[in-house]
Design a protein around this ligand. Structure first.
Ligand code: NAP
Length: 259
């Protein structure tokens, strides 16, 4: 429905899960897509899927927590595909990689969460802005969370970083509002991915429930979302038709959040 022909997009954390579904969605709409994450097999698998469907994609294997990674990814994108018109900040680390109450929280895990979930999107956004401003067209889409608006028990670093991501989204949106660049966030609820499986395992243990019982009760609609439930909103926000939409944070969450 929306054409992204002649657009160049970068999706971080696109080897699997939500990022992969978004990369495929953008490519189906006509964008050339840079797919990046650490696991080479997953990145190459996502690129192969896109190419099989007739799209164009570039695999970039990188660890975004490394200081020079954002600059290196941008350099490779620009050299091989062209400058980035659409940036999707999706790579993230969840609360369940190391869940603890704040009083017992790991400082290292706090710093890692803030770095990957908040500082990296800030750095990548800053780096893509000059080209977007110059051509007076650009799209920055941050994959936030319902935990950008509500707490995550034993996941303070996740909730804090995702709340922060909305602060970045809204502030940057205002700063570039007159320059053809929009900045928005998508706030998914529980989506069936590796990251969310770990959260369910933790909650099932904590609440003496089975995996299935926790999963079923996660949303008013029932069960979890699929990564493909998130992708169409990203395609819309990336389109020219969404030119008047900026600074927003859209819940796609099966009815968990009703505001
Ligand atoms: P996932 O299945 O764990 O995928 C995360 C992606 O990020 C993977 O491709 C992973 O690949 C990449 N990644 C992780 N650490 C990285 C690093 N240091 N450098 C580069 N890439 C890295 O997670 P997901 O559930 O799809 O989550 C994607 C985004 O959606 C995250 O921002 C998450 O917070 C958000 N979200 C998810 C849910 C949910 O229920 N699933 C709900 C709300 C929001 P490698 O490990 O190979 O690097």
């Amino acid at each position: 429905m929306f054409s992204l022909q002649n657009r160049i997009a970068l999706v971080t954390g696109a080897g699997r899960g939500i990022g992969r579904a978004i990369a495929i969605g953008l490519a189906k709409a006509g964008a050339k897509v840079g797919v990046t994450a650490r696991t080479a097999a997953e990145v190459e698998g996502a690129v192969a899927d896109i190419q099989k469907a007739g799209g164009q994609a570039l695999a970039i294997v990188a660890d975004l927590t490394q200081k020079d990674a954002p600059a290196q990814i941008l350099q490779e994108m620009t050299a091989k595909l062209g400058p980035i018109d659409i940036l999707v900040n999706n790579a993230g680390i969840g609360s369940s990689a190391n869940p603890r109450p704040v009083a017992e929280f790991s400082d290292d895990f706090w710093e890692l969460s803030l770095l990957l979930n908040l500082t990296v999107p800030y750095k990548l956004s800053k780096a893509v802005l000059p080209h977007m401003r110059e051509q007076r067209w650009g799209r920055i889409i941050n994959i936030a969370s319902i935990n950008s608006k509500m707490p995550s028990l034993h996941g303070a670093a996740y909730a804090a970083s995702k709340h922060g991501l909305l602060g970045l989204t809204r502030t940057l949106a205002l700063e570039v509002a007159r320059e053809g660049v929009t900045v928005n966030a998508i706030c998914p609820g529980p989506v069936r991915t590796v990251m969310n499986d770990k959260r369910i395992e933790y909650d099932a243990l904590r609440r003496s429930m089975t995996f299935k019982e926790v999963e079923q009760a996660m949303t008013p609609i029932g069960g979890r979302l699929e990564p493909e439930d998130i992708a169409p909103m990203a395609v819309y926000l990336a389109s020219t038709e969404a030119r008047m939409v900026t600074g927003q944070a859209f819940n796609i969450c099966g009815g968990v959040l009703l505001y």
